[in-house]
Ligand binder design. Structure first.
Ligand SMILES: [Zn+2]
Length: 180
């Protein structure tokens, strides 16, 4: 097998960041891949299942939906935080267009959850901080998923669950709004 390039590793950590955040926040994963997609010019993907909060017009946001939107922002930010942590010692620029597009989506969600620019900034700052701590806490899981991604290129949600639960035992029942 050919040795992974730094860019491939960086993508694997990015996607693993999304996948591990999804796992711990009980957002189901359809698949996670580091195969580039020419259609949207992406280096990889972490696809969820069911309803997404990324699009849509908010008539009102229930507390439950608000909490799911917070989680969505963390999932979006977990990719770039994992990538940033992986690249920490690298002198080269670390964030690819994937990370920038995640950031734009996170900003859009944060705008819908706040009523002022300052509020949006503070919310993003808080969630970025939370995500950074999460990535630090779950770093060994992210490394394990990234290593499997480099090896197998694509993982299903079930495979991600196996990789992580083999290390600690499974999480309790995966009951989520999106899974229903
Ligand atoms: Zn991403």
């Amino acid at each position: 097998m050919k040795k992974a390039t730094r860019a491939e590793k960086s993508t694997a950590y990015h996607e693993a960041g999304h996948a591990v955040a999804r796992y711990y926040l009980f957002h189901p994963i359809r698949k996670v891949t580091i195969c580039p997609d020419k259609n949207d010019d992406s280096a990889g993907h972490c696809e969820g299942k069911g309803r997404s909060y990324l699009d849509g017009i908010d008539v009102e946001i229930s507390p439950r939906k608000q909490s799911r939107m917070f989680d969505n922002i963390k999932i979006l930010l977990a990719g770039r935080e994992a990538q940033r942590r992986f690249n920490k010692r690298s002198k080269r620029s670390v964030l690819n267009c994937q990370a920038h597009s995640d950031w734009r989506k996170a900003v859009d969600l944060a705008i819908r959850l706040t009523t002022s620019t300052r509020g949006t900034e503070l919310l993003l700052e808080w969630l970025r901080h939370e995500t950074e701590s999460f990535v630090q806490l779950r770093w060994s899981d992210i490394e394990a998923v990234a290593a499997e991604l480099l090896d197998r290129k694509t993982l299903t949600g079930e495979e991600v669950r196996e990789i992580i639960s083999l290390r600690y035992g499974p999480l309790p029942a995966n009951e989520t709004e999106e899974a229903k």
